[in-house]
Design a protein around this ligand. Structure first.
Ligand SMILES: *Cc1c(COP(=O)(O)O)cnc(C)c1O
Length: 389
């Protein structure tokens, strides 16, 4: 599938070009095509009340600024702020809420975000409900006087549930509720929530933006000046900023975002079909399969399906066999890199969710999650074939 959903030309270059060229495109000082790593903690003042615009690297750093502006541009938004990890970015967003505020959160979501709501922000008095946001009525039934935010992951992790973002935005706008979307799985190449009216996008840049399983990073993107100021203030005050070298690694990763996403997706479509027909696999959750419940929403609101697949095998002994016998695919946490990775959410990424909660989601001990990389498809197919027995 090609990315036909390119934004209006007057507003921005096509996303592939933004990915390759970044925000400034090159270093204005030297002409360097590869944006330099400004490995400096502090910056010289020429005199009293004089500044180059850079004072101290927790506040500003040119390399970080370039990656922040690049990610904002990719999302077709005004502002981007880079953090040391995705969790730091989510934490910054949650700092927008106060004691007594209520947030509606997708029930199927990254384990670390679940933990932040449950263990860190709940004790501070930020109320939340985990809701199956694929049913809009569930959201309407949960909205209260003090509901200030809706936090969604779509497709969700790991059950690949799809939320109708347009409908969520409609509901939220009428009530002054902030809509936050974790766009880690589809990336701005396939999905741009801000264009659909979302207020804030968060990313684990560790995943597809970086793309090489070598750097941790997180981003917060918004069109709201007020939100941006608050997030920047939080970044400056709490200090979980992205280091210059890591900023550069993410910039470098982004240059091939579109190429990787297309290739990963192509492999994923083939693997999802293969898994669907395998006798030891009982269910396949991939939003690119026409029988997926969220398929039509994805087709309408995004320009691609991504490359994350979850599937259930017949019994736990097959889980063990798969994880110990894959050779091309690596048994490891994380996702979104050029290497295919397989993980076991039940006891890994989602270990801290209570059993009852996981049961409700359908996240059982037969479920595996596959992040499809860019190896040759035949090697991936043979690997899975051998591992599934
Ligand atoms: C990995 C991930 C996070 C957390 O990001 P880190 O960079 O690991 O802190 C948040 N959301 C999603 C969807 C993720 O996959």
């Amino acid at each position: 599938m090609t990315n036909t959903n390119v934004v209006s030309k007057s507003k921005q270059k096509s996303i592939e070009t933004v990915a390759v060229h970044g925000s400034k495109g090159y270093d204005p000082l030297t002409g360097a095509i590869s944006y330099p790593i400004y490995q400096s903690a502090t910056f010289k003042h020429e005199g009293l009340h004089q500044s180059t615009g850079y004072d101290y690297a927790r506040l500003q750093n040119p390399t970080r600024e370039e990656v922040e502006n690049t990610v904002a541009k990719l999302e077709n938004a005004e502002f981007g702020v880079a953090f040391s990890t995705g969790n730091a970015a989510v934490t910054a967003v949650l700092s927008l809420f106060k004691k007594g505020d209520h947030v509606i959160v997708s029930d199927d979501l990254y384990g670390g975000t679940y933990r932040l709501f449950e263990e860190i922000y709940s004790p501070y008095g930020i109320e939340h409900n985990f809701v199956d946001t694929t049913e809009i009525d569930n959201i309407l039934d949960t909205i209260k006087e003090n509901t200030r935010g809706i936090f969604i992951e779509t497709p969700s992790n790991p059950m690949m549930k799809v939320t109708d973002l347009k409908r969520v935005v409609e509901i939220a706008k009428e009530r002054n509720i902030v809509v936050i979307v974790d766009n880690t799985f589809l990336t701005p190449y396939f999905f741009r929530p801000i264009e659909l009216g979302a207020d804030i996008v968060v990313h684990s840049g560790t995943k597809y933006l970086g793309g090489h399983n070598d750097t941790l990073a997180g981003f917060v993107v918004t069109n709201s000046e007020k939100t941006n100021e608050r997030i920047r203030f939080y970044q400056k005050s709490t200090g979980a900023t992205l280091a210059p070298f890591d900023s550069w690694l993410i910039l470098r990763g982004i240059k091939t975002l579109h190429v990787r996403m297309e290739y990963c997706q192509r492999n994923a479509i083939t693997l999802a079909k293969f898994l669907e027909n395998h006798p030891n696999v009982t269910d396949v959750f991939y939003v690119g399969l026409p029988n997926h419940k969220g398929y039509s929403i994805i087709k309408e609101q995004a320009s691609g399906f991504g490359a994350m697949i979850s599937f259930k095998v017949k019994n736990v002994s097959i889980v063990e066999k798969v994880l110990s016998s894959v050779k091309v695919i690596t048994f490891a946490e994380s996702l979104g890199g050029v290497e295919s990775l397989i993980t076991y959410p039940h006891t890994q990424t989602h270990s801290e969710m209570p059993e009852e909660f996981k049961r409700k989601l359908g996240l059982d001990d037969h479920t595996l999650r596959l992040s499809v990389g860019i190896e040759h498809i035949d090697d991936l197919l043979i690997d899975l074939e051998n591992a599934l027995g």
